[in-house]
Write a protein that binds this ligand. Structure first.
Ligand code: ZN
Length: 200
């Protein structure tokens, strides 16, 4: 049998590339890509511990769409959360910051990716809490409370409530009862506080 026959060369060329690869070699999972999937990428926050295998080009593609919050600075996350309450007006960059987690281009190491988004989820929540903190000072909040209102009351609601309470607690409306004066003073003081804060 002549192993140098041109016939063998032809057969070799026609072989499927897959057959020349050892079975344990993982292919890039990007559809249609035949490169070696040497880079692992986490599948996402509900599939922790699961990874895609990609070639370098496609792990970069994947990472740039995956790192939704990773590329955002703390302040950006905070303003994102504030905007979330009134509808998003994205002002932050979608750019990917290298070296902030996700994957490593020098290949996976044991212990990498154990909880890549858990870290960011924690940060996300603490920023969300900050965004929910009262917009007004304690003095202003007490003034709202003294009028029986919360901080969402607008100028018209504050005025209307103030008029109602003044009438209700005015000594003239209580048969000249002077004991109402203390409550009336509190209401007037609260109203002046809200006016000083330019809320009325
Ligand atoms: Zn690929």
């Amino acid at each position: 049998m002549n192993l140098n026959s041109p016939l063998f060369d032809r057969i070799r060329v026609k072989r499927e590339p897959r057959q020349e690869t050892p079975a344990e070699t993982v292919r890039c999972e990007h559809p249609g890509c035949q490169a070696i999937g040497a880079y692992r990428a986490p599948k996402g926050r509900l599939r922790e511990g699961q990874y895609f295998c990609f070639c370098l080009e496609h792990v970069r593609d994947y990472n740039s769409s995956y790192n939704y919050f990773n590329g955002m600075k703390d302040g950006d996350v905070a303003s994102y959360m504030k905007d979330a309450a009134v509808g998003h007006r994205p002002t932050w960059s979608m750019g990917v910051k290298r070296g902030m987690g996700g994957f490593r281009e020098d290949g996976p190491k044991p212990g990498d990716f154990s909880d890549p988004l858990g870290l960011y989820r924690q940060r996300f929540h603490s920023r969300a809490q900050e965004a929910r903190e009262p917009r007004y000072s304690a003095v202003t909040m007490r003034a709202f409370a003294a009028l029986g209102l919360d901080e969402t009351a607008g100028a018209d609601a504050i005025k209307a409530q103030y008029k109602t309470l003044v009438k209700l607690h005015h000594p003239d409306a209580n048969g000249g009862d002077r004991s109402c004066e203390e409550k009336l003073r509190e209401i007037i003081h609260a109203y002046k506080t809200l006016r000083a804060a330019r809320l009325v």
